[in-house]
Design a protein around this ligand. Sequence first.
Ligand code: SF4
Length: 347
Amino acid sequence: MNQIVFEIFQWFSKNGRNLPWRNTKDPYKIWLSEIILQQTQIIQGQAYYEKFVENFPTVNALANASEEKVLKLWQGLGYYSRARNLHKAARIIKTTYKGKFPDNYVDILQLPGIGEYTAAAISSFAYHMPYPALDGNVYRFISRLYNIDAAIDEPKNKKIYMAVLTELIHNQDPAIFNNAMMEMGALVCKPALPDCKNCCVANYCEALKSGTIAKLPVKNKKLTIKNRYFNYLFIDYKNGFYIEKRTGKDIWENLYQLPLIESLKPLDISEIAEAISKELSIQSTLPITLDKEVKHVLTHQKLHTRFWILKPEKQPQFKNNDIIFTDRLKYKKLALPQLIANYLLHL
Ligand code: SF4
């Protein structure tokens, strides 16, 4: 066995975390965990994983659920397209594969929401196929261990990293190999504070020798953040308030929110009154109160949100037919962006 792989396996056998999805060969549960853990910390992801397994113990149970129920369980995890794709893929598995999870890399890769990394993770963990799983942790670890400065966000460079991993995984247990490589990146070769003193492969680490750790991994692209200005209206009427379903290809598709007016800059009270009467056709003379301001940061967007309260005496009429009334209990069953759920909790 390659000495580097040997050291990593030894370290992993003593230090690998005992996570529920590591104790199963069920491809459905492995897939669930992989999708939940994209963009999510393990501690938060674990609670969602358990909730999903409890509510949908099989892929057919997930396929038979309504999208609303899936989105509601996903509430708070963000990146809701993951939940929609999970549901779509479960339905494909039910109809095309008769409820049996596909057992080869190519078919797994065809499912919605599954990229090369996830297909490799499922193939190796559930079926012991030697596909290296290259996630952000592994990119960082490999780029430092071998002092590779090819940018990790350039798709053409992926083959450089894959070539290294393909050689290392050869003749190894692919499930242990992939888990151990990811765990090294997550627990030892961390982004800002790599624990080189306690690293089992420090003697082999090229970046440590060359003093290049802080420069690796190289990324070329800068993340551009778009500022958006959201004005949410809490229209307080009788024992409830008004909500609408988000439609269109944008964040939080198909989730429910308070009626929204999006603007190009922050609106003051007279501007919001004008916008309300124009867009929603409720009386512009209605008293309006600014209740709360929240900055909500997503990966590519910063939402500057203002929550306004209106208390109409008469039932308001809306131009937009999608705005519906809900009482103060019913809305809890709906899938809401966490921003809205937190605001309603505050009320
Ligand atoms: Fe990462 Fe440091 Fe180990 Fe090198 S020695 S692989 S930089 S933790």
